[in-house]
Design a protein. Structure first.
Length: 171
């Protein structure tokens, strides 16, 4: 089987339906996934929103990129954001929404993420109860790991997808 993500997804209906929640990237980019039909992927922006979506429809697996346990983790070291938080109503409780989620989770985080600190990705990962894998993307910032030529990224994603349990398994 090919190692090109677009070819694997295009060849395998089993894999197509499994990609249910992938975050922080645009799966509609035809240069990366030319054969991916929209009904085969639920495109969600942000790890917290992907976590919330698992409560609506439980995917076979979940890929979280550059995300955090909750909003409090983001603002605790940011005085300006803490002040602005007085006017905010959203909590973005990623970890809370993933409690009880028992499917495999791949957490990927750039080591040089300037938006969401790397340590928050590690913190989220450490607190997850589900089967999990953590991939530290060497030298990556918040939005530069998705490039189609980034083998570290795509090899990790495809290994995760291939490792998902078959449908109708014990999950």
């Amino acid at each position: 089987m090919s190692t090109d993500p677009s070819q694997i997804i295009g060849q395998s209906p089993e894999v197509e339906v499994r990609i249910t929640a992938v975050v922080e990237r645009d799966f509609k980019r035809r240069d990366v996934f030319p054969k991916l039909r929209s009904e085969h992927a639920l495109r969600i922006i942000g790890g917290a929103i992907a976590a919330a979506a698992t409560r609506v429809k439980k995917p076979d697996g979940l890929i979280l990129e550059s995300t955090f346990p909750d909003k409090a983790a983001i603002i605790r070291r940011q005085p300006i954001l803490r002040a602005l938080n007085l006017f905010a109503t959203y909590r973005f409780p990623t970890l809370e929404w993933l409690r009880g989620f028992d499917r495999p989770v791949l957490v990927m985080h750039g080591e040089r993420d300037s938006i969401i600190p790397f340590r928050l990705g590690e913190e989220l990962f450490a607190k997850l109860d589900s089967p999990k894998t953590f991939i530290a993307l060497r030298g990556a910032d918040h939005n530069d790991s998705f490039d189609a030529s980034n083998r570290e990224y795509w090899d990790s994603v495809m290994t995760f997808i291939r490792g998902l349990p078959p449908r109708n398994s014990a999950f």
